[in-house]
Design a protein around this ligand. Sequence first.
Ligand SMILES: [Zn+2]
Length: 274
Amino acid sequence: MFEIHTLRLGELLIPHAGGLLRDPIHAWLVTDGKVRILVDSGMPDAAEVKARLKIDGTGGGQESLRSALAEVGTTPDAIDFVVPTHLHFDHAWNLDLFPNACVVIQRDEVFHAIDPAPTQRIYYFKETVIAFLQRKRPSQFRLVDGDVDLTDGISLIRAPGHTPGMQVVVVTTAKGKAALVSDLGDHYRSWFPADPRATHTPMRFLADGFLPGAIRSESERTYVESMARVKAASDIVVPAHDFRIPRHMPRDWFSGPSSIDDDLTHMSPPKAAG
Ligand SMILES: [Zn+2]
């Protein structure tokens, strides 16, 4: 049976509604004590994100990943598999920190990273693709096509929507199956759009449906179909950019959040000088 540790690597402050939206950046260490799998590998150092995208933030870079792994008692050298859910800059940076791990990616995600949908060009940094392509030994990478079992108790579900080659990692734990859904519905309000505990703006007309994220390469139908498949294959979903996700599974175990606290965490804009 596997355990999942949520690693908080930093935050981005996204301009939103005249203020700033705090956006946590996460990765997950999945382990049964023998095999160690890192799901997602974080973002560049906040200063570098600022220089490239003009977005403020904190944390990021190799240092945030090293120290988050140290907090859960491991090191980059001990990681067997790195499984980026997709190749956006905030999910698949720092790959060179893991020369001995096997990086597992959906084949069509690699192609999309080279030639993205135009609205997604800003999210794919060329260094991510280069870091992946520099892995020449067969033991250093694996391209997969569709749903596969990574090992006993860990399956990858190809879930097109946010990107074409997005993959969701479903982990078997002592309490059930946890789906690390990443940006396929990156907040609980996407998964429970009608539930007043999940969102400030419950939408009753979506009571039996999902709210696809605004950033998507695929059609709304494809996106929602992927969400339905993931929901059917798991007991709980863990969205990447929600502050409320469990910090350790199965110890913390809930299908949806119990309140809207930290659903959308805003900061007021800095006061203009003068
Ligand atoms: Zn993301």
